[in-house]
Structure formats: structure tokens, C-alpha cells
Design a protein around this ligand. Structure first.
Ligand code: SF4
Length: 331
């Protein structure tokens, strides 16, 4: 297993510390008696999230960021590793104990319709978690009205069904549902990716407002680096199941170290018309996670690859001021 560094936070100021997190999905044998094949969706990933901050996870689709989020919340069980949340190892908890802790860890999805029961009214959708967890018994109606107001909707919306709302309004309902139990951590999985740019910024503003109001911590998963730059404090870059760079947002966007991060950033449209910087083209597709490349997993597409890159897996290490990168160019 690779000797990865844990991102620069101590368990004292971190709400969540993931160590050596691994998720392999078995997919059957190669041939009748061949070895069991696995999809290496997440491989030995370690990082920390500061309380009240927003950590962005970026990478091309299939890099493992959504699987990582599901493993963190134990919506799917990890193959190895640990997750310390509020000082407690989630992987030591029973199912019942985990159900209780989930009050404190909510998720907002890209497509709210897929997570909202289409036959329930918005009022029923928001009331459901309150009833399940016995919160505010007898005060559900008022809590639903308060939640709707917090996300910019009105009490009159509570009798409508999800399909009667626009995409932006549905995402507001998804946020209200996530907030219902007053969690401390919210995972936003491509939460604004399906929205028009103007609606996107309204939803991002709403997420910022409720973060300030309730001191929320966000894990913000996105393939959109402009959005990540706008909302995140810290950013982790994933490639083929591995964390390849992890840094404070300013450091990552001003001095990206890993060639993969440099290529991703070079593809972001520049806001200033006179901004320069040639686009770094990445050739080929992301390799198959069933059989990832030896050594550095990025070597098949890296414009700076050297002979050692095919043989040795680079360690994620501190290259200065807590900026972590996994590349032999730093050796
Ligand atoms: Fe490129 Fe080698 Fe660095 Fe990997 S270790 S990113 S292949 S230079």
C-alpha cells in the first residue's frame, strides 16, 4: 500500500479525517479459474476536512470522487481504511449507531428528482426525516415552513409535488431536506452541475448563506473547476482512484504542482480576455480502473512522464506550506 500523507490538519481541528480509504468492487473472475478481478474505484486515499470549511474534490468522471463520498458516509462499505468523524471511527459503529450518526451527515445530489419521492408533496418530503428521527415532535409544520423560507421558497410550496418545480427550485428542496436535521457535514455531489449558470450562482449563494448561518462543513464534489474555485477553501484532485494533489485553494490555483492538475486548470476558460496560458492537451482516455497503469497511474497520459514513472508509485508528500502532491518531479 502506498505510504500516503494525511492532509495537513490534526484531529483536533478536523471534523473528518480519512486514512488509507480504499474501495474495490469485485467483478468476477478472469476466466474459469483466473484471479478475482476488482475495480479499484478508490485506492489508499487520506485527507482531512476542517470544521466549517469547504473541501472540493475534483477530477474527471470515473476518478472515484463520488464513490469516495459514499464510502465516507458508509452508504457503501470500504474495503480498507478508516474515517474519523467528530472524533469517532465510523467504521467501528453498528448499523443502528451509524443510522443515528447520519443525522449529522447529509447529502445533496446532482438530480434532486432522483432523491425526492415523486408521489410525496414537498411538505411530506421535508417532514419525513423529522418524524423518523423524532425531531421537533408536534412542531413539524412550523419546521417545514421555516426550512422552505431558509431556502427561498414559501409555505404555499409545501402542498406541491416535486415535478411541479423548476430545476433550481428542486435543488432548493434538496438543500432544505439536507438541512432538516441540522447536520454538521453536507456532501454536495455535483449539486449544481445540471443547472444553468445564473441558477447555479443562486444555489451557490444559498449554500454559502446556510453555511455561514449554521457553521456547516461541505464536501463539494464537482468536475467544474470554476465552481470549485468559487466555493471551496481546500481542494483535492483525484485521478483514477488516487488523491494526486491536495492544497489550500489559493495555492492550488496559483501554483498547481501535479501535471494532471496543471492540465485540468489549463482547460478552464479564462475570465480575463488578456489572460494567457496554453491549454495542455491530455491524450487518450482515463485508463481502466480494473487494470490501472503500473507506477504513477497518470504516466500513460502525462506530458512530463519519465522512465521512473512507469515503475514507481509517487508518494503524496508535502512540497511546502501543506501543499501536497504525488509526482516524481518533486523527488
Ligand atoms: Fe507525470 Fe511522472 Fe509526475 Fe506521474 S510521477 S505525474 S507520470 S511526471
Amino acid at each position: 500500500m502506498m505510504d500516503t500523507a494525511v492532509a495537513p490538519a490534526t484531529t483536533k481541528d478536523a471534523i473528518l479525517v480519512a486514512s488509507g480509504l480504499t474501495k474495490h468492487f469485485p467483478i468476477g473472475r478472469a476466466g474459469f479459474r483466473g484471479p478475482m478481478r476488482v475495480v479499484r474505484a478508490v485506492d489508499d486515499v487520506s485527507f482531512s476536512v476542517w470544521r466549517g470549511s469547504t473541501l472540493g474534490l475534483v477530477g474527471e468522471s470515473g476518478c472515484g470522487k463520488s464513490t469516495l463520498a459514499r464510502v465516507l458516509l458508509r452508504l457503501t462499505e470500504a474495503t480498507a481504511g478508516s474515517v474519523i468523524f467528530n472524533g469517532e471511527n465510523l467504521f467501528d459503529l453498528s448499523r443502528d449507531e451509524m443510522r443515528q450518526r447520519r443525522r449529522d451527515m447529509q447529502m445533496i445530489f446532482q438530480d434532486p428528482l432522483s432523491s425526492l419521492n415523486p408521489r410525496m408533496t414537498v411538505g411530506e418530503i421535508l417532514k419525513e426525516p423529522l418524524l423518523i428521527h423524532g425531531v421537533a415532535r408536534g412542531e413539524e409544520k412550523q419546521r417545514v415552513a421555516d426550512l422552505l423560507e431558509e431556502v427561498g421558497l414559501g409555505p404555499h410550496h409545501s402542498n406541491r409535488l416535486p415535478h411541479e418545480f423548476s430545476g433550481g427550485q428542486r435543488q432548493r428542496i434538496g438543500i432544505a431536506r439536507a438541512l432538516a436535521l441540522r447536520p454538521s457535514l453536507v456532501v454536495c455531489d455535483e449539486a449544481v452541475s445540471a443547472l444553468d449558470v445564473s441558477i447555479q450562482s443562486q444555489i451557490l449563494n444559498l449554500l454559502r448563506d446556510v453555511q455561514r448561518e449554521y457553521g456547516l462543513t461541505y464536501l463539494f464534489i464537482s468536475h467544474n473547476l470554476s465552481v470549485v474555485k468559487a466555493v471551496c477553501d481546500t481542494v483535492g484532485v483525484m485521478y483514477l482512484g488516487r488523491m494526486v494533489e491536495f492544497a489550500d485553494k489559493r495555492s492550488l490555483f496559483s501554483t498547481p504542482n501535479h501535471p494532471y492538475t496543471q492540465a485540468l486548470l489549463s482547460a478552464v476558460p479564462k475570465s480575463h480576455p488578456r489572460a494567457t496560458g496554453a491549454r495542455i492537451a491530455l491524450h487518450g482516455d482515463v485508463p481502466n480502473p480494473i487494470n490501472p497503469p503500473t507506477g504513477c497511474r497518470f504516466h500513460t497520459r502525462c506530458p512530463a512522464a519519465m522512465p521512473i514513472c512507469q515503475k514507481m508509485d509517487p508518494v503524496l508528500k508535502d512540497i511546502g506550506a501543506g501543499h501536497l502532491s504525488a509526482c516524481h518531479l518533486n523527488d
